[in-house]
Design a binder for this molecule. Structure first.
Ligand SMILES: Cc1cc2nc3c(=O)[nH]c(=O)nc-3n(C[C@H](O)[C@H](O)[C@H](O)COP(=O)(O)OP(=O)(O)OC[C@H]3O[C@@H](n4cnc5c(N)ncnc54)[C@H](O)[C@@H]3O)c2cc1C
Length: 380
């Protein structure tokens, strides 16, 4: 078992760290507070190969392995845990098109998405179908050589500004023919954005309600009949690993900010880190973060070779690391005292960013359900 990163992995990590500090950090507060989407930053991520982390280089990506992708997401997550998950989303969408799409779909969409020239969104969640994703009711019925789609999607990130939405629907009258994934283009007639929710963090990432009122798409918009549930669930676990990595980076950064503050801030004639009540909090933050990182690296290492264990470990890692991020960022606010509660320091933003990581890509309750299911099936 290898516990050291290779020289190449360290070099890649270092490149992304420098990129994140130079290009992403200046936007972190604005991404949190302003609804303006940072297009320049997004294109810079594309130019760096970060919007297609595991996409092959000849398709414009980084051609990285899953562990390397996680190393990159960890570095980006240190700086903006609201924005960093976008690298996982664009990678997942590009890979879905590469794997399930026709030659024409690949040629049209993959490189522009990975370059950051086109912004994609992914639409699965509906008002009545969240954790119970397969109960979705949006339908696509064959019509005039193409498809007609009806339904409502909720909390779809960037749907209102996306060039293309990867959308999951039930096929056939009454949705009786299984599931399909469609590429729905911006400006399609009948595609409406009825609400952009005001939310706790990440104002630049718009959480939209999307109504599809008889949206007609050509036959070429069908990406493939979604191979649910087995392969799809494994594919989703890569997204979970990216969120795990973002959470690990977020926890690491919060620990570092709190440690630095605790060495500088003096009360009762000494730096507050000299009080055991503070230093033990910092030690626990570091211990939890390191444990999250170990689980992340193990899950990422077995992802490709062992689908069953890899999927279970991805759920464990997502659940553990995002809970750690929530706890560590909350403790970081505590270590900074009143300053931690102000926007003069980044830790209150980090605490708000951590909350979403526990909710999306499958809530942490759902991850526990999946882990328990894995335990049961391992006995069979
Ligand atoms: C900011 C934001 C961005 C998002 N972006 C996207 C996006 O781009 N695309 C997209 O498709 N979706 C997106 N989502 C949706 C997100 O994935 C869902 O919110 C999430 O899956 C939970 O679904 P829900 O909100 O309907 O909660 P519910 O499923 O209603 O869950 C409510 C509570 O019940 C718990 N619960 C549910 N079922 C169980 C169970 N079996 N056992 C134990 N507890 C359970 C949940 O854990 C949760 O605590 C986004 C959400 C947010 C908030």
């Amino acid at each position: 078992m290898q516990f050291q990163l290779t020289e190449e992995q360290v070099a890649f990590q270092d490149t992304v760290r420098r990129f994140a500090r130079a290009k992403l950090a200046p936007y972190a507060a604005a991404i949190d507070e302003s609804p303006e989407f940072p297009w320049d930053l997004y294109r810079a991520l594309g130019a760096q190969g970060l919007l297609g982390l595991t996409v092959p280089e000849d398709m414009g990506g980084s051609g990285a392995g899953v562990l390397e992708a996680c190393l990159a997401a960890e570095e980006l997550g240190r700086v903006s845990a609201s924005f960093a998950p976008r690298v996982g989303v664009s990678t997942m969408i590009a890979e879905s098109i590469l794997l399930g799409g026709t030659e024409e779909q690949r040629a049209r969409w993959v490189k522009p998405i990975v370059a950051g020239d086109l912004l994609p969104a992914i639409a699965l969640t509906e008002p009545e179908s969240g954790s119970d994703a397969l109960s979705l009711t949006t339908t696509a019925v064959e019509h005039g050589g193409g498809w007609r789609i009806n339904g409502t999607k909720r909390f779809i990130t960037n749907a209102d500004i996306a060039d293309v939405i990867l959308l999951v629907a039930r096929l056939g009258e009454g949705g009786a023919d299984g599931f399909g994934t469609f590429l729905v283009e911006k400006g399609s007639a009948g595609l409406e954005f009825t609400s952009v929710y005001s939310k706790m963090a990440g104002a630049a990432l718009h959480a939209c309600e999307v109504v599809l009122d008889g949206v007609e798409v050509p036959s070429g918009a069908l990406l493939g009949e979604a191979p649910l549930p087995a392969g799809f669930i494994h594919a989703m676990s890569k997204g979970r690993l990216i969120v795990t990595a973002v959470a690990t980076g977020l926890a690491a950064e919060a620990t570092e900010v709190a440690t630095r503050y605790a060495t500088e801030r003096r009360q009762f004639g000494r730096p507050i880190i000299k009080f055991q009540g503070v230093s033990f909090m910092l030690a626990d933050m570091a211990i939890r973060t390191e444990a999250a990182r170990s689980l992340l690296y193990r899950a990422a290492s077995v992802y490709r070779d062992d689908e069953v264990l890899g999927t279970a470990l991805a759920s464990m890692a997502k659940c553990f690391a995002t809970d750690v991020a929530m706890q560590v960022t909350t403790d970081a606010v505590q270590v900074l005292g009143g300053s931690g509660y102000t926007r003069e320091f980044p830790v209150e933003r980090m605490m708000r960013e951590a909350k979403l990581l526990q909710i999306y890509e499958g809530t942490n309750q759902v991850q526990r359900v999946l882990v328990a299911r894995h335990l049961e099936s391992a006995l069979e």
